[in-house]
Design a protein around this ligand. Structure first.
Ligand code: NDP
Length: 279
């Protein structure tokens, strides 16, 4: 019997996850199927229950995307520590009645930075733009890499301040650096070695009010949105930064989920190359 996996989201039509996981399965010789399921806004839990109950093979796991990551967090009967810290779940595993919630977004970003882009967060001054679900998912993994500094800047300053406070006092977490939070005006005169855009501004090409000074010489600018040149990428290029989009993070978070489910780590480079050549 073929093990079954799915992605739940709304919308999901554009998703590259079925292609990514099918390529991983082929490469590693794993017998599994992976489909994208469009869940109604008020029907996430019911869609997951139906997926688990119906189908030819056993349902083993699922990925979760916008807008259901917080709901998946509440649906899980057990949480990994990184999902707990993120307050959001993008990976579910179904195991003898238990629903285990995990979050692989942060691991995906860190792996893309270190392995694919040669940009080790250790010792870098990091600016994280945004304080939504994507930002929450990457803060702890970034802090665990021992950056020199982590500043969270958000349009709504209070949300950034609240996140910084929350992640500054995570119990049981031996992180050397405490994050700080600010609004965009607080960036005046500041410089960073790694600037990560975790806002959704790129989706409607809104320009972030960033002073050019934020991009230090040899800065890496990382845009989590992928598949388009955003205003942030253009700003960073003009300032002389090295620019990357979020396609690598997408593939790496998928590889981490695949590892969680199957215990096998796929090679991501050929999959990333296949996606790039198709776009
Ligand atoms: P949320 O809706 O949870 O958060 C959106 C964030 O963007 C908030 O901080 C919001 O600020 C800010 N924002 C939105 N519009 C603007 C604007 N015009 N100017 C300034 N700030 C703005 O979204 P997520 O955190 O879930 O996702 C953020 C982005 O990350 C999405 O584009 C998503 O596609 C991408 N992503 C990519 C992944 C990948 O694998 N590559 C994985 C996960 C996410 P405020 O608080 O003021 O509203």
């Amino acid at each position: 019997m073929t093990d079954r996996y799915a992605l739940f989201g709304n919308p999901v039509g554009h998703s590259k996850s079925p292609r990514i996981h099918t390529l991983f399965a082929k490469q590693t010789g794993q017998d599994l199927s992976y489909e994208a399921i469009l869940a109604p806004d008020d029907g996430f839990a019911a869609a997951v229950t139906a997926f688990v109950a119906n189908g030819k093979g056993p349902a083993r796991g699922a990925n979760v995307t916008v807008p259901f990551k917080e709901e998946a967090f509440r649906l899980a009967t057990k949480l990994t520590s990184r999902a707990e810290a993120a307050g959001a779940v993008n990976t579910l595993s179904f195991d003898a009645g238990a629903v285990i919630g995990d979050n692989t977004d942060g691991a995906g970003l860190v792996r893309d930075l270190k392995t694919n882009l040669g940009c080790d967060p250790a010792g870098r001054r990091i600016l994280l733009l945004g304080a939504g679900g994507a930002a929450r998912g990457v803060i702890l993994p970034l802090l665990l890499e021992n950056p020199a500094e982590l500043l969270i800047a958000n349009r709504t300053e209070e949300t950034a301040a609240r996140l910084a406070l929350e992640f500054g006092r995570l119990p049981g977490c031996a992180v050397a650096v405490k994050p700080d939070g600010t609004g965009f005006p607080g960036l005046a005169g500041r410089s960073f070695d790694l600037v990560i855009n975790a806002t959704s501004a790129g989706l409607d090409n809104a320009v972030l009010p960033l002073p050019t000074s934020v991009f230090a010489p040899r800065c890496v600018a990382y845009e989590m949105v992928y598949g388009r040149e955003t205003a942030f990428m253009a700003q960073a290029r003009t300032a002389g930064a090295r620019v990357a989009d979020g396609l690598g993070m997408l593939v790496e978070q998928a590889a981490e989920a695949f590892f969680v489910w199957r215990g096998v780590r796929p090679h991501t480079a050929p999959v990333l190359a296949a996606l790039k050549s198709a776009s």
